[in-house]
Design a protein around this ligand. Structure first.
Ligand SMILES: [Zn+2]
Ligand SMILES: [Zn+2]
Length: 404
């Protein structure tokens, strides 16, 4: 199949891909709790004529090809939505109050369904095996780990992996694909919660209480020392407390004060992150003890840096240039090779097998798409769905062809 034939065949599915995506958009679901989404995708896979297999808590796997000897490439889409109330004015708006496909994972699922159909129709041309992954719980950084623990990369053994994320609201024309360069593509992320427990009381008699607010405020300020005085200037390590809660009224000293935040680094071994965690714990408990409070420091939902394989990145850019000409953009030209601050849980896979991540523009700010992912007003341009399907397909066919 030539690239012209591929784009033509993919564009013939465009109306179907739009209807699939909008149906998913109307029914956003969270984390592993994907009853509608999973069944909908499962039924579409059966219609295509492939055999879906359950994996982990709510993932789906499809294996294609294997008639000709060769390697195995994994293509992945995530399926979960976000707990936000949709404010976008679209006629396929979320029907579930407080949930929205605000990250474009509905687009990802539709594009990968399109690619599955294209690959099924050209199965005899696959020089090896393509493994298709529909993954739950990306937003909580728990789905990729669950799939890996359930044997994602085994039987058949995966040799390389590729994913696409849509972006919107940036001055990049719809349909352009950004190919990440080799190295760290996205930062790691880990959440923390610091709970400071004192003893509540009347606002008039702080001497009879133990005020957790003053202790928590001092902990918050003291933690800045880690960035300001302890980290090497060359080590990227950012942590930010974004939520701080204590008390309910103006004349009652509360029992507890709680802080939540995230730690981000671009260290593949996460030594910087481990150092920050160790010092956060020491400083918070030390100050808490000095001020007669009990302090609990907890860390959860770790996601490592996304490590893009150099060779796969060079190959990916070559294939995308073949397929889309000037529509293929080297990410390095935009970022200067620096990692982005956002995180992506396909990073867990990137630490196991050579991995590529690509970004497909689905709505440019120059075209009137003003909002980015996770914004309650974001609208994705679903004219690009067939391009996403073609990108997945071409990436898999070309990489397998060149790595026999
Ligand atoms: Zn997201
Ligand atoms: Zn996402």
């Amino acid at each position: 199949m030539t690239k012209e034939e591929l784009l033509k065949e993919a564009s013939a599915f465009q109306a179907e891909l739009v209807s699939v995506r909008r149906e998913l958009h109307k029914h956003p679901e969270l984390e592993f709790d994907l009853t509608f989404t999973r069944q909908f995708i499962w039924d579409k896979l059966l219609e295509i004529g492939v055999e879906p297999v359950s994996m982990g808590k709510s993932g789906i796997i499809v294996t294609l090809g294997g008639h000709k000897p060769g390697k195995c490439i994994l293509l992945r889409a995530d399926m979960d939505a976000l707990p936000i109330l949709e404010e976008a004015d679209v006629d396929y708006k979320s029907t579930i109050e407080g949930k929205m496909h605000g990250c474009g994972h509905d687009m990802h699922s539709a594009m990968l369904l399109g690619a599955t159909r294209l690959l099924k129709e050209h199965e005899e041309e696959i020089e090896g095996t393509v493994k298709i992954e529909f993954q739950p719980a990306e937003e909580t950084f728990t789905g990729s780990r669950d799939m890996l623990a359930s044997g994602l990369l085994k039987n058949p053994q995966v040799d390389a992996a590729s994913m696409i994320h849509v972006i919107a609201g940036q001055p990049i024309p719809s349909g352009a694909v950004l190919v990440s360069c080799g190295g760290i593509a996205t930062a790691s992320c880990e959440q923390y919660q610091i709970t400071v427990k004192g003893k509540g009381g009347h606002g008039s008699t702080p001497n009879l209480a133990i005020d957790p607010i003053t202790a928590a405020a001092q902990i918050h300020l003291a933690l800045q020392e880690i960035n300001a005085r302890e980290l090497d200037g060359n080590d990227y390590g950012v942590f930010t407390t974004c939520r701080f809660e204590a008390g309910h009224t103006s004349n009652v000293i509360p029992d507890t004060a709680t802080m939540w935040g995230t730690i981000r680094t671009v260290d593949p071994d996460n030594k910087v992150g481990e150092y920050i965690k160790k010092r956060m714990t020491e400083i918070a408990t030390g100050i808490g003890t000095a001020l007669r409070c009990e302090v609990k420091v907890e860390f959860y939902n770790f996601c490592p840096c996304m490590q893009v394989d150099e060779e796969l990145s060079v190959a990916g850019l070559k294939y995308m240039t073949e397929l889309l000409g000037q529509g293929a953009i080297d990410m390095k030209l935009i970022t200067g090779g620096k990692a982005g601050g956002g995180s992506e849980d396909f990073a867990f896979v990137s630490h196991e097998v050579p991995t590529l991540s690509m970004f497909l523009s689905a709505g440019s700010s120059n075209e009137g798409y003003m909002y980015g992912q996770h914004n309650p007003k974001v609208i994705f341009n679903d004219d690009v769905l067939y391009i996403g399907a073609a990108i997945h397909t071409y990436m898999a066919l070309r990489w397998l062809e060149e790595h026999k």
